[in-house]
Design a protein around this ligand. Structure first.
Ligand code: BGC
Length: 584
């Protein structure tokens, strides 16, 4: 392609050595159990990922973010970690991990590991020791144990709810068999929260971060980064008092919630940053922090984690003014901290965007679902209806074709934005949410803790279809751990490879062009005179136009290098994006 915007291509080695590789990276999230199964046990594994490195290379991503792969009973899909410095035997071995890291690196792809510091699993050695040790012991001090209220300690220490439903406290049986203390778990009861005031906990995580950094992990995604610091001084406020203290739909914006988004958490990250900077290039980190936008910068600061997820587009309707406002505000915020912004439409926790955009209300996460919870629980639950744990969408209201058309348009817009773009496995195939999983096959704890209310997140975690036939559409040699629907056949990699206009070939083309076109992190809006059409320019004459409206729109002069759907008589149709490069 010869255009004014083309950059001199960089070699893989140059990209790998660049300390700023993360700033505009396209990061592909792998949910390991559901990516590729090499040994036929129905669960995706590390060797399965290694075998697909050529696929990842061909896709054109810069980094892989691997969701937890540590030993785990999978009470919460691996976010319940038994041992932070090992690989789940169901997924492979440390040697397999090293081979996978080496294969990714050889392909010029960085590796980001998911770290889960707020809680371990209840099978972690430390938690077992805590249960076997007496009240007040050092072993209990690594977690959060409290006496119950009531005459015999039979009532929980506070009335707070956990994110997955039900109380945040679970009562234990003491080693002598009597009913005992209670421990805190913001998520499932199999996920006891660590006590981050304990220096031993802090030391142990530094050891874990070093362990993986030494093994070649290039960066970390920090799970529930806004949850670790806690103030549980007595009297603990009642949940009704907390709700009353929240600032309307903005929730807690001053760090005064007892366990979400407290300022002390940044002391931990300052320590982590020192460790990250000992490496060359420095290890990167991105915070999963569902906090008010005014608080996000703290997580993204260069003295802290360096980058934070921005879930604003993910929570927005498919609507031009909302998109424009969100993009503008986040680019300003990123500039202020020196970080680059992050963008994401789908991940393992939310209904896939190809489904959200096919629902009547046009894509807001909770629309058409019965989301009951809100992880941005600095807000009183359910207050703004924007959920995190989502139920499956009502299939009968779904417009499949519209959903995919809009999802592709939104993705093309996202891939043109300055900052890093996070993609979730399967979206490059145009997969939508799987709504037809029978209750008996569901796995997500949010389903079990909210009977009849939450369907949970299994619908976006169904193993990928690689081929149109076979017992699990090429995922493995046998049945997959979550049932795959018949319609997966049409979306299989084998059906899309080399097929002009397929979603896979569209992603490949857009990602390849993105790496060629990307330069400075500048973006300029171009006024279109139409409130339903967004147009922005990046340096070097790279223009992106998205038509959120209903009427075809005339594109600016230049070469259309990619569009999310076919043009109509040279015009940009409804629900479509295009990249136009000005002719040299
Ligand atoms: C992860 C979820 C997980 C939760 C508890 C989240 O932020 O993305 O999948 O259930 O943390 O670890």
């Amino acid at each position: 392609m010869s255009t004014s915007a083309t950059q001199a291509p960089r070699t893989d080695a140059e990209r790998m050595a660049d300390p700023n590789w993360w700033r505009q990276a396209a990061v592909y999230q792998i949910y390991p159990r559901s990516f590729a199964d090499s040994n036929g046990d129905g669960i995706g594994d590390i060797q399965g990922i290694t075998a697909k490195v050529p696929y990842l290379k061909e896709l054109g991503i810069d980094a892989v973010w691997l969701s937890p792969f540590y030993p785990s009973a999978l009470a919460d899909g691996g976010y319940d970690v038994d041992d932070y410095r090992n690989v789940d035997p169901k997924l492979g071995t440390l040697e397999d991990f090293d081979e996978m890291a080496a294969a990714l690196h050889a392909a010029g792809i960085k590796l980001v590991a998911d770290i889960v510091p707020n809680h371990s699993s209840d099978r972690h050695e430390w938690f077992k020791e805590a249960l076997a040790s007496p009240k007040g012991s050092a072993a209990r001090e690594r977690y959060i144990f409290r006496d119950g209220k009531g005459e015999n300690g039979e009532l929980p220490p506070s009335d707070w709810d956990s994110v997955f439903g039900g109380p945040v406290w679970e009562r234990i049986t003491e080693p002598d068999g009597t009913p005992g203390q209670w421990y805190m778990h913001i998520f499932a009861k199999e996920q006891p929260d660590f006590n981050w005031d304990n220096p031993e906990v802090r030391e142990d995580f530094l050891k874990t971060l070093r362990f993986w950094s030494d093994r070649g992990v290039d960066g970390f995604r920090i799970d529930v980064a806004h949850g670790m610091a806690k103030d549980l001084s007595e009297p603990m406020p009642m949940k009704a008092d907390l709700a009353a203290r929240a600032h309307g739909t903005d929730g807690f914006v001053d760090g005064s919630h007892p366990f979400w988004d407290r300022d002390e958490v940044h002391e931990v990250y300052a320590e982590w940053r020192k460790l990250f900077n000992e490496y060359n290039p420095p290890r990167t980190a991105v915070a999963e922090a569902w906090v008010h936008e005014s608080r996000r910068a703290r997580y993204a600061s260069p003295e802290g984690l360096g980058q934070a997820f921005n879930f604003d587009l993910l929570q927005a309707d498919f609507d031009a003014p909302s998109f424009r406002k969100i993009i503008t505000e986040n680019l300003i915020a990123a500039k202020e901290t020196g970080a680059s912004s992050t963008w994401v439409f789908s991940n393992h926790d939310v209904v896939r965007h190809a489904t959200r955009y096919g629902l009547p209300k046009g894509g807001s996460v909770a629309q058409g679902t019965n989301a009951a919870q809100d992880i941005s629980s600095t807000k009183p639950k359910g207050q703004d209806g924007k959920g995190w744990l989502l139920a499956g969408a009502p299939a009968e209201e779904l417009d499949v074709e519209l959903g995919l058309r809009r999802a592709r348009a939104a993705t093309l817009l996202m891939l043109a934005l300055p900052g890093s773009a996070y993609l979730y496995q399967g979206e490059e195939l145009g997969l939508r949410e799987v709504t037809e999983i029978p209750d008996s096959e569901r796995q997500d704890p949010s389903f079990f803790r909210n009977p009849g209310v939450e369907i949970g997140r299994d619908g976006c975690r169904v193993p990928l279809p690689w081929t149109a036939d076979g017992p699990s559409f090429g995922f493995g040699q046998d049945r997959a751990h979550l049932p795959q629907p018949e319609w997966f056949a049409r979306y299989a990699v084998s059906e899309q490879e080399g097929v002009e206009g397929s979603t896979l070939e569209f992603y490949r083309r857009a990602l390849r062009l993105r790496s060629e076109l990307q330069a400075d992190e500048e973006l300029e809006w171009v006024e279109t005179g139409n409130q339903d059409v967004l147009h922005f320019s990046r340096p070097g004459g790279w223009d992106t136009v998205t038509n959120f409206g209903t009427e075809p729109f005339e594109l600016p002069a230049g070469t259309v290098v990619v569009s999310s759907g076919p043009l109509e008589d040279g015009l940009l149709p409804a629900d479509t994006s295009a990249w136009v490069v000005r002719d040299a």
